[in-house]
Design a protein around this ligand. Sequence first.
Ligand SMILES: Cc1ncc(COP(=O)(O)O)c(C=O)c1O
Length: 390
Amino acid sequence: MTRQFELSTLGVRAGQARSQFNEHSEALYLTSSFVFDNAAQAASRFTGGGDGFVYSRFTNPTVSMFQDRLAALEGAEACVATASGMSAILATSMALLKAGDHVVCSNAVFGATVQLYATILSRFGLETTFVSPTRIDEWQRAVRPGTRLLFLETPSNPLGEVADIAAVAAVAKKAGALLAVDNALCTPALQRPLEFGADLIIHSATKYLDGQGRVLGGAILGPKGPVMDGVFGFLRTAGPSLSPFNAWVILKGMETLELRMLAQSERALELARWLEGQQKVARVHYPGLESHPQHALAKRQQRAGGALVSFDVKGGKEAAWKVIDSTKLISITGNLGDVKTTITHPATTTHGRITPEARAAAGITDGLVRVAVGLEAVDDLKLDLDRGLS
Ligand SMILES: Cc1ncc(COP(=O)(O)O)c(C=O)c1O
């Protein structure tokens, strides 16, 4: 299906491949391998000949439908699915980089992404410099002759800092490096990084693409060269592939993606405005608020603010934990991207493994609370938070 269709149409239609039974809903192909007509066909398929499937570590018809639908939504030439968002970042790095290469990474990316570059890939000769996502001068200064990849997440989790994709893409281009953007928080329903000059998109499909907190998944998108010749080659050999069952769940989740992202963003904005008026709240971090330092950029780059709202409670950890522990409706859980609203204390959970100095540098205070807004009525969410704030 080509790009002349609107996003809503692509979300429910793109990528579907019907079997001989002409099923209306996408089929789930739970099979590890595929049968060949004869030995010659098997030999040909193993060397990439013909269109048929071989083995589900390589790909599978349900996984292909997921890949094609997401590629259509992002406007990307190619998409490869992975077992999780982290394996998408790992596969991209393992496939496209080598020992001695240098990476420039935003310091406001998901905690495990920092760990991956700083403590795991560093053991394989990859050096990473971390920079502020919003300081273009830091990106420029960090680049050097061996720089091959620039990596960012926008808006960031949990503080919602917005990086200027086009400006960082210009730095990458000048350096002859690739820019990869983790688009898990906005999804193509709100932001399409390739349109701003990014080379690659990373997804944790576990988040909003599934949308109901059921399964793990990930993806890498971009031009055929790096994605198919590079990342796909690594994946079929190393194996962190997406299971067909998970692909099917996410594929069906994507049918409501645009509706959910817009509705959850609307609720998040209303909640953020309400939080700004609360006495016990020192500061609210949400790109959709006029008070947000990159509000104008967010408006240019994103269709809406997204569903993640963070706020600093006066009184530090004790006060933040009181807000969390006083909730009766909102779920205390680390995940985000669900239609059920979730609440976390980043300093002692997602960012608990980094040093207090690094946390402070990243702006994650002991009083910070993160709410990933779902689809409940905003008045019910306000009541639930008000108990710990009053
Ligand atoms: C922005 C972002 N990227 C990547 C990941 C990792 O995804 P996964 O848990 O699917 O491995 C997460 C997980 O929370 C995330 O929030």
